[in-house]
Design a protein around this ligand. Sequence first.
Ligand code: ADP
Ligand code: MG
Length: 680
Amino acid sequence: MQLNDSVQYLKGVGEKRAKLYEKLGIHTVGDLIEFFPRAYLDYTDTRPIRDCAVGEVCCVRASVYKKQGEQRIRKGLSIFKVFATDGESDLMITIFNSKYQFEALELGKEYCFYGKMQGNLLRREMTSPSFLDPQRENGIKSIYHLTEGLTSKMISGNMRQALSVWGDRLSDFLPSELKEKEALCHLRYAYENIHFPENMHGLEVARKRLIFDELLTLQLGLLLLKGRNKDCTAVRVKDVSITPFEEGLPFVLTASQKQAIADGLSDFQKDIPMNRLIQGDVGSGKTMVACALAYCMARNGYQTAVMAPTEILAQQHYQTFSRILSPFGISCVLLTGSLTAKQKRECREEIASGQTDVVIGTHAIIQDGVEIPKLGLVVTDEQHRFGVNQRAKLAEKGENPHKLVMSATPIPRTLALIIYGDLDVSVMKESPKGRKPIKTYLIDSPKRLRAYHFIKEHIDKGYQAYIVCPLIEEGEEGASGELHAVNSYAASLKKTELGAVRVGILHGKMRPAQKEEVMGRFARHELDLLICTTVVEVGVDVPNAVIMMIENAENFGLSQLHQLRGRVGRGEVQSHCILVSDHKNEQTRQRLKIMTKSSDGFYISEQDLKQRGPGDFFGERQHGLPMLKVANMAQDMSVLVHTQQIAKELLEEDPTLSEETHKGLSQQVQKLFDRTASGN
Ligand code: ADP
Ligand code: MG
């Protein structure tokens, strides 16, 4: 019996359920055990029905005194009614479609019902509440992320068996000294209680242990990466003047750009390879920094590889690099998936012969074994998802070239140190001169038609616009009504003033080639308006696009809104961002108002961190770290700092974690970094 046994070893898990588990990324029993609940229903905290406010999510304890059988409302919709009382007040429960749930509730028995209180003062109601029999089950229930066909109950059932049968296989990787010093529980206890909390205290103890493990592992990983980089020797580069480069540009570099270039040039003079992150707000002109450093490399006879996240961005970089560098006799090639096999071969031969100075392509193409004999610099344009696992891969690459990463996610200073602990960071705060800050407005639905009119006026003048919706199709999983979806939105525009403009659609479920095609048409101004999901945040530079309208703005985190907004305001013209939200909640409106007041990405990300709205900073993987399962970097900041210290001490004692007592930790680090992040 091993933790990497297939989930099919568990009772009740056949091929079919195994497929469902696969959808959740669970293949083995070990994966299942590490699949932590996303929330808990605390049935121990029950209250009298009359004390629960309407609209509040709460738990009440009541006995069923009457049941009213199936009523068919229409085809595919039937309801069941159950009446219960806590001796003081009545509660009417409506169950939709589930005969099973209805029958599970026995007349005369007492249950705990958990759900949103509805109705009015005289008549309290709940619709399809969760419930349990307090005589038979303990009081805190785990709620898991689900996929259709799989319920939390099924998962709990499998989990129980997994823990009782395979639990002995969980080896506690923390050195026992450390565990004692930090007053942490045993791993087995932690797993038992994260899934089946005995009580709130047990859950807290379990969380404490698991958060500690996760953050310590993360810190060890980052420090190990840093250490690895320090061992290497670098490409030898002569200090060349970049004045000719600067003089060839159609504009004056900003002070931030100059500083970042200077940082890079001085890294080139050191004995260890550069490992630098350029953190610049969208539109701050990061590409020029890469271009200047590639210029310096070429002057030294070294090649530069530039990796972009999409083909269309690779193309755009190719145009920029060749326009600026070719006057100096520096040659650039674009290596893309759309080349024929023959073209690719020729391209590769040219690169291998060392004639090509700058190779530009997507991550996939360049990582895929292209031989670049005089590789001196690798530039990764990650927009914002520069993953630690990719950092690890780059560090493994043989020749130890200098590495430059460009990221558009402004991160609060306190966190940057931790998240990018293995990198040196240049921050670009300034935007090129002549940029007008984007005017941002917060409106509600009744003003939508006016916004359309505003967009139409701009399109008539020859400009372009984006409209972002949170969903691709209506009724998607997790949708709670009222959310706009790209597909139906485009259709609904037909009846409006925008009916006549050239509309394109872009979303994450399209094939990469389709996406590229649409982005390309938009960039060539064959489309006036792009209706899209957030995929557009990793978009191309279309300076002619001047309006960004975001539907259901309350659904996005501030950092994400800022990222989206950065798609406009790239030219000299005044750009606008229109946030549409009907949310009345004061907190939500305050959160969105921040966008109308500030255009400083760093400030906004700090606020994002504080406010923790939907799709928050760390939920969205904007930072490119492995997904954390239990820890939350905003809330667990003190643990984060503490574990960094412990990680340092551990590595001082055992720099490669190869001692017997540290083997388990080392494996944990590997596992964390192997976990790949998936995009939208
Ligand atoms: P990002 O940092 O978002 O990658 P880019 O490098 O794509 O930004 O630059 C955005 C736009 O600003 C490009 O069109 C680029 O040519 C222009 N740009 C870059 N630097 C300057 C500058 N110093 N002055 C004026 N325009 C600039
Ligand atoms: Mg860029």
